[in-house]
Each structure stands twice: as C-alpha cells, then as structure tokens.
Design a binder for this molecule. Sequence first.
Ligand code: PDD
Length: 286
Amino acid sequence: MRSVYVNGEWVDEDKATVSVFDRGFLMADGVYEVTTVIDGKLIDLPGHAARLFRSLAELDMAAPVDAPTLEALHREAVARNGIVFGRVYLQVTRGNPGDRDFAFPDPATTKPTFVLFTQVTGSPEDNADAKRGLSVITVPDIRWGRRDIKTVQLLYPAMGKMMAKAANADDAWFVEDGLVTEGTSNNAWIVKGGRIVTRALSHDILHGITRAAVMRYAAEAQMEVEERSFTVEEAKAADEAFITSASAFVTPVISIDGVALGTGKPGPVASRLREIYIDESRKAAR
Ligand code: PDD
C-alpha cells in the first residue's frame, strides 16, 4: 500500500481523496511533473522543480510549496515507499472553490490542491523497450498552443497512445504542418549521417528535462545536435530515431508508420546516448 501526499498529509492510497469540485477534475486546470528515481535517488529534481514553477506562473496559479519543501516531500515520498527504481508524480491544481465556475477562484480563499505519489519501475538496464526499440505511428497534433506548459490535459496524448495500440505500434509522434512536434509523452529525435536533430524549443513542445540533459551530454561527447524541425519524410529516411523522457530515458525508435529505420534495430547513436544518459544521471542523482 502506497503512502501518498494530499494537501499536507501522508495517507494510505485508498484513503487519498480530492473534491468533486476540484478544478483539476472539472477543467483539467492543473499541472504536473514526473521525476525519476534511480538507486533511491532523484534525477534532476531542480530541473523538474524549475519547470513546475514556470508552468504554475504561466497559468497564474499559486505554488503550493517552495523549492526546499518540494524537495523534502520528494525525498519523503521515496523514503516512505522504499523506492529504488521508480518515479515521483506530483500534481498541482487550482483547487476546490466549492462549486463549478469558469472564472478562476480567488487564490486568497481557494488554495491549490497538491498531491504527490510514487510508482515502481524496473532498473533502466533491464528495459525491454530499449533492447527491442519502439515502433511509432504519426498522428495529427491537435493539442492546444501552449504545450510548453505541463498541464494535465492528457486526453489527446492518451488517444494517441490508443491509436498506436490499434495500429499495433508502441507509441505515436504528433505532426503539425508536416513537421514532427513531439511524442505523446516524450521528445522526438532523429539521426542522419551522424547528425542528431530535435525540434527547437517553443510553445509547440514540452521543454523536456531529459532533452536538455541529452543535449548537454551529446555536446560533451562531441556529438553534433541540430535544434530544428523535421518532416515525417525526413524522419522515415533517417538512419535512426529515438525518444527522450523522464520515464523512457533515451529509447530507440526502430520504425515510423511501418517504415523500418536503418537496420531496423536500435541504432548505435541512440544506444550510446542511452548509456551515457543513464551513467551520467546516476552520477548526478541526489
Ligand atoms: N512526459 N513531451 C511531452 C508531451 C511529455 O509529456 C513529456 C514527459 C516529455 C519529456 O519531458 P521530460 O524529459 O521532462 O520527462 C516531452 C512524462 C514523463 C509523463 O507524462 O509521464
């Protein structure tokens, strides 16, 4: 039984509740973060915390706690639940104003709802997806225009995953104006002739914390990264592709819309970046 955090208290998961009037529930008026735990330590919590505070500020939503308290709660979640490999999920909503109304409630009287819980995963080394490589399909990106804010509006990403499942694929990449934006819950990358390409940061994609780390590690390893948009055709003609996210780390993509990339197996660049990312993250985890 997990111990989860709800508005200032640690409770057993089956006792954890929020109101039917919570704006997260009624309006998806909330933001979240997912931080990975390796060896019982957190990977880049400062990065996730900074993005959380930015998401909140962009939506004019009050922060429930300051950065040191956020860190203490993450550590407590890991400790209370004995997490060695897993994740800490956190969600902040605009709270429960006691009724349904489109207008934002007065933050002086309606406090944000703040929940935090853990999930258990395997170790990054024995990950079947990474060994096999993922198949992705492309689907239109019909999400809203502020994808840089990590909101809980995840209906379309969930639908994207279901479309992938229906097509016997592992995941979907979103496409807008012929250009790949990102994966349903990850950033998208391709490799051609040794050059690594990923879309530049804007309101069109989530500014991945893993993406930023991979950019850093790639530069240190003298690997060239170009930040620019790429078409679906360019992706299908690539030597390799991969995705990055807190939960997937770096995971190779081996086919797009049924078109095999390169040898049809996880490529050397993606595999090397996965190794580097896991090694460096382990060293830097706190
Ligand atoms: N997803 N793009 C989208 C749309 C995402 O939802 C995510 C993260 C990313 C990668 O961001 P990061 O590297 O900071 O995890 C990109 C999380 C893991 C999730 O929804 O579970």
